[in-house]
Design a protein around this ligand. Structure first.
Ligand SMILES: [Zn+2]
Length: 416
């Protein structure tokens, strides 16, 4: 490998070249290289403990024990079950490294976590076994090898990232007075890989919309309002709402339900709607369009009933309920943000190629309040996320761990 002349490198790259030349960093890399069996063992242990949404406490107990074993300071849990530990430094602000503990798999899912050669198999082994393991690897490294840095490092195993968890763990952390203003940078480890940088937070709003009416017999009560018809009209109108390609925005009606039998006028009909965008304003606009489509559909049904022959007229009595079932804020990291420059410089230094991506992760919460945050993988290679066939291959984990370490140290002020 040809080392470019120092005068051609940016300040960040020069800092990185100096950092990598330090004996302590060479020792750290050697330590990471020789401890893969330990990492795989932690990953299997973590994945064998069920952690369904709202049921992460056993896995949290396990992580808390590892944090204590590795000598972190102030190891504790908060009210929702997030696990914290601190590696001390100088200064009042933190660089946080976090990984979500929860999986998408409901309680009772057979886990059957196993290893064959460099491959680990089973639900949750990669998402987020890989992230939790990479975080622990860094914690253990900092204990084994003395590495100088300024800012203290805050390690977090958080709850509630997946699905109905709706980022509740991160939301809680960034609403707590102790952390809200003290976490300066958040590096979030989610899943496997070293080839992505999530710097744009894809927001989402999800609703269950329930339309109710008096119901009745299809023959004797003919003329009564029909919630399925109201819902269908609303869907037809809402589905015509234009959405921009940029900022990328989408909507989906994923589930519809309603009615009991072919000869009954239904008492209710419901749908589940998913709205996504990187722009808060677009999500706002689509939510408004959805509510307006429902209002108009109800009005239309009311007019349809009024226009019937007197003998067919029935009391109207239609109501609609909007139940929010998900709300993830949008946001993005400024292109000049230090965190983005640091990870790009680290990737250049390691010869790693990574793409900036847009996704919904724990980074949504800090990004939505203007904090610097990125989500990256824990190294290795993974596949089949959110399926029972999920797998993780430990080959290449070392690159991912070096990437995480250098990024953290650059953010925390290394070698100082
Ligand atoms: Zn994940």
């Amino acid at each position: 490998m040809v080392t470019p002349r120092p005068e051609l490198l940016s300040d960040l790259q020069q800092d990185l070249v100096r950092l990598q030349a330090l004996e302590e960093i060479r020792n750290a890399f050697a330590w990471l290289r020789s401890h893969e069996p330990q990492f795989a063992s932690w990953q299997l242990q973590a994945a064998r403990i069920p952690a369904p949404p709202f049921g992460e406490s056993a896995r949290g107990d396990w992580l808390e024990a590892r944090f204590r074993e590795q000598g972190l300071d102030d190891v504790h849990r908060d009210d929702v079950g997030n696990v914290f530990g601190i590696h001390p430094g100088v200064g009042a602000t933190y660089v946080a490294l976090s990984a979500h503990l929860d999986t998408v798999f409901p309680a009772g899912t057979p886990l059957n976590i196993r290893q064959q050669g460099t491959r680990l198999y089973g639900p949750g082994v990669s998402d987020n076994g890989a992230g939790v393991t990479a975080m622990l690897a860094i914690v253990a490294l900092l204990r084994a090898v003395q590495i100088r840095h300024s800012l203290p490092l805050l390690f977090i195993g958080n709850v509630g990232e997946e699905g109905e968890g709706d980022l509740r763990g991160m939301r809680h952390i960034f609403s707590a007075p102790r952390w809200r203003d003290s976490i300066h940078y958040s590096l979030i480890l989610d899943g496997a890989g070293s080839d992505t940088i999530v710097a744009e937070a894809l927001g989402s709003r999800r609703f269950e919309v329930i339309v109710r009416g008096p119901g009745g017999h299809s023959w004797t009560d003919f003329g009564a309002p029909n919630p399925i018809v109201v819902l269908s009209r609303a869907i037809q109108e809402f589905a015509r709402t234009p959405v921009p390609a940029s900022p990328k925005t989408s909507f989906n009606i994923g589930v519809i339900r309603g009615g009991t039998s072919v000869n009954s006028i239904p008492e209710s009909a419901s749908m589940r709607v998913d709205i996504r965008s990187t722009s808060m304003a677009e999500m706002e606009r689509l939510e408004h369009a959805l509510r307006a489509a429902i209002d108009r559909a109800i009005e239309e049904e009311s007019r349809a009933i009024e226009s019937r022959a007197p003998a067919q007229k029935r009391p109207f009595g239609v109501s609609c309920e909007f139940v929010p079932i998900g709300n993830r804020p949008a946001g993005e990291l400024n292109a000049n943000a230090r965190m983005l420059q640091v990870i790009r410089a680290v990737d250049a230094q390691l010869g790693n190629v990574a793409q900036v991506q847009r996704a919904s992760t724990d980074a949504n919460i800090p990004l939505s309040i203007g904090r610097e945050a990125l989500a990256i993988g824990g190294g290795g290679i993974g596949g089949g996320a959110h399926t029972l066939q999920e797998w993780f291959d430990c080959s290449g984990r070392e690159l991912g761990l070096k990437r995480i370490l250098l990024t953290l140290l650059m953010l925390a002020g290394a070698g100082e």
